[in-house]
Design a protein around this ligand. Sequence first.
Ligand code: AMP
Ligand code: ZN
Length: 465
Amino acid sequence: MQIYNSMTRKKEEFKPIHEGKVGIYACGPTVYNYFHIGNARPFIIFDVLRRYFEYKGYEVTFVQNFTDIDDKMIRQAEKEHTTVQAIAERFIAEYFVDAKALGIRPATVHPRATEHMPQIIALIQKLVEKGLAYESNGDVYFRVRAFPSYGCLCGQNIEDLASGARVSVDEQKEDPLDFALWKAKKPGEPAWESPWGMGRPGWHIECSAMSTTYLGETFDIHGGGKDLLFPHHENEIAQTSGATGKPYVHYWMHNGFLNIDNEKMSKSKGNFFTVRDIAKEYDLEAVRMFTLSAHYRSPLNFSREQIAQAQSSLERLYIARNQLTFLLNAAKDRQPNEGEQAFMKECDEAQTRFIAAMDDDLNTADALGAIFELVREIHKLDATDVSKEAVLYGQQKLLGMTDVLGLLMKKEDDLSPEVKELVERRAQARKDKNWKLSDELRDQIKAMGYILEDTAAGQKVRKDG
Ligand code: AMP
Ligand code: ZN
């Protein structure tokens, strides 16, 4: 598999550190509010990456953190006259509600910053011991000039970066480039004990501590949105490699932005839709489909038309799945004929194209294209005479691929016993050529919210809408 590595700025062949295993860390949400559909983009993408590695037979450890202490958390708690912890508990629970509706599986571990204070403090201590960090009035800063490869991820050298660095008035740093690892307590803020007095961690150090706790000092893949590349991920490298003396991450993956009117969707600009808002208007599975319709590194523009288009593509997938179920009911226990063997070959080819697309830096747009080629083939099967083996083959291929993308999550409509009985009675009425009763039964079935079609292979029933 080829992965575009933001560090080397090229596609590279993925080689795991441990044979058959892969460790992935993705920066998770700051849990002070509902997340928006821009934030959903990396959550969906890294969920697909993890699913794809599993599909390929890897054992995946996927870590996505919750940032449950920072300025935004503190401000939100003040606004709601409650504690930071209460805000975190509430929005972590809400994260799981939205994630589930978007088909995002829970990660292997969802570590929280506030539950990793000993690891965070130990890491900072190590940096202080090595001369890579220093205390200043209860704050601790990373000494950027003591880490010469600083800038390796963003592709700038220390001097270039120094010209843009600013110091805020309340900080006492040796150098404007230095960044906070630990912040001394301010009145009214939550704080933890440390060798430098009461305080709380900086944002970057959390991710270094939590990733290495669960994945080791060097691990395979680290991901997040492009906005995190600098300074967040640059600082993570400096802190972690600085402390361990080892490479931190082998492959860095960054997704492009979800834009709205060609501007990044973000909470601070107010130009966002939360997943919760969108769920009132659209099926969230369509949002997932929309997200995967573009390559993860490309910008993606949000529009209602695009979501509606994704919704209709999704419907085509569901119709193909229903068609397979319908075919299976009518299928015969016989060897596949020549046409069906050709169909099975098309299934293999679709799968080969799917894998080639996913192996090419997770090209979900092309992977979807391969799935829709299979959908077209499915509709060519003859319902009046079809072999069970061919249908099962198509079903296994289709569901195998959609599962990697986390699509077709809804269960197949199970007909209620009442509807089933009406359908069976109608089949009998038609056999008896009792057209009046057959029409009456069709109306009754319709009144119960189902559409019934007569086809050469028998009655086909599906939920209306
Ligand atoms: P935050 O909660 O702001 O730290 O963001 C959580 C994740 O969403 C990070 O990986 C961000 O890079 C990512 N992110 C934020 N806004 C967008 C956007 N408009 N498009 C894509 N990813 C985003
Ligand atoms: Zn992070």
